[in-house]
Design a protein around this ligand. Structure first.
Ligand SMILES: NC(=O)c1ccc[n+]([C@@H]2O[C@H](COP(=O)([O-])OP(=O)(O)OC[C@H]3O[C@@H](n4cnc5c(N)ncnc54)[C@H](O)[C@@H]3O)[C@@H](O)[C@H]2O)c1
Ligand SMILES: [Mg+2]
Length: 338
């Protein structure tokens, strides 16, 4: 905390004016992205979330479920020493945030070490990200999702696309620079719209052939270059189910790490109740259907994935609460008369 205040004072951020805790945290993070030395120092007293080949470290929680344990940099240095690894590996950590108590948070991928030997030194197991999404509660997910996306970006974007030379990251890991031509690269994400279409009394859910059996979701699609969010919603609904959107409104957003890094922009949309004939685009979707509010409420309550019964079709279920699709579907169901 003292160091935190010193950095803020030196950079003129902590002055006579009162800053809320949130503002001072954001200003502090901004400074750490700009100043490599300040970031290096913050790492020494920060907490570090571990990954192994992009799989986050998960720990069984005392009262059930799983959490993501954070390690102190000093403890991690000891572990690296025991595993015969140079402590400089710690410098590869990337900055991901700052807790409310002003402890800086970093993420580090220990993929260069053998997974089992790391697990023997820490409490927990490295779990593949998709599985981790089902095991963790909503509180831990944004941090893990952000860390995964940033670590992955650094691992897969090491070269300058103009000079072909290796680029260097700044200490925080918020950018990479090519020292041959000065090109700067920032972490990328793709904007995606996710839309729940309604005709006033029913909503439209669809499934891709790759979804788990029985799972239906809202329509989703990547934004094309040059499109507005509104245009993407209209195009995706037309492309995937052959309907024309009459009105739409934004409701929320979510960072989504699959398959790469997406910013999911969630919208509700309506179509004319007199023009609801679905024409499924079979290249994109396996099925799309209208569901009544009652059917949607049942799907929301169903255990995921539901137990299969011999000779019966798998009951319809929807993505878990950790996916913004669930929020969209739940919002719509809550607005319908009981
Ligand atoms: N969080 C959630 O609730 C939620 C729910 C549904 C879908 N999603 C995500 O939304 C994403 C998009 O949905 P979709 O698959 O229906 O999209 P989509 O309908 O646009 O179809 C996918 C196709 O778009 C093309 N494409 C265009 N730009 C792309 C890019 N930048 N990256 C990858 N492919 C690109 C590819 O040909 C790909 O096969 C999926 O990756 C999925 O993980 C998230
Ligand atoms: Mg789609």
């Amino acid at each position: 905390m003292q160091r935190f205040n010193r950095v803020l004072r030196r950079t003129g951020i902590l002055g006579s004016r009162f800053y809320s805790s949130y503002v001072s945290r954001m200003r502090y993070l901004f400074t750490l992205k700009e100043e490599d030395e300040a970031c290096r120092k913050a790492m020494d007293s920060g907490s570090i979330y571990l990954f192994h080949k992009l799989a986050p470290l998960l720990q069984k929680a005392e009262y059930g479920g799983y959490t993501t344990p954070a390690m102190q940099a000093s403890d991690l240095k000891g572990i690296l020493g025991k595993l015969g690894q140079n402590k400089d590996l710690l410098q590869e950590s990337i900055l991901i945030g700052c807790s409310e108590s002003h402890v800086t948070q970093f993420a580090l991928d220990l993929g260069v070490l053998e997974k089992e030997s790391v697990e023997s030194q820490v409490t927990g197991k490295f779990v593949e990200l998709r599985k981790a999404f089902f095991l963790l509660n909503g509180h831990d997910l944004p941090l893990i999702s952000q860390s995964h996306a940033l670590l992955r970006w650094h691992q897969t974007h090491r070269y300058c696309s103009e000079s072909g030379q290796l680029t260097q990251r700044n200490q925080a890991g918020s950018k990479r620079v090519c020292h041959t031509n000065g090109a700067i690269y920032y972490p990328q994400m793709a904007p995606v719209v996710i839309t729940l279409v309604s005709d006033g009394s029913r909503c439209l859910l669809a499934r891709q052939a790759s979804f788990a059996k029985g799972m239906y979701s809202a329509l989703a699609g990547f934004c094309d270059v040059g499109e507005t969010v509104e245009e993407t919603v209209q195009r995706e609904v037309a492309e995937e189910v052959g309907l024309e959107v009459e009105s739409l409104w934004y409701t929320g957003s979510q960072h989504w790490p699959f398959p790469n890094s997406s910013l999911m922009v969630a919208c509700h949309a309506t179509v004319n109740p007199g023009q609801t004939q679905i024409s499924v685009n079979s290249v994109e979707l396996e099925d799309a259907r209208w569901f009544s509010a009652g059917e949607v409420r049942e799907a929301l309550e169903r255990k995921r994935p539901p137990r299969e019964r011999a000779g019966r079709a798998t009951p319809v279920w929807v993505p878990p609460r950790t996916a913004i699709a669930n929020q969209l579907i739940r919002e719509w169901a809550n607005q319908q008369p009981k």
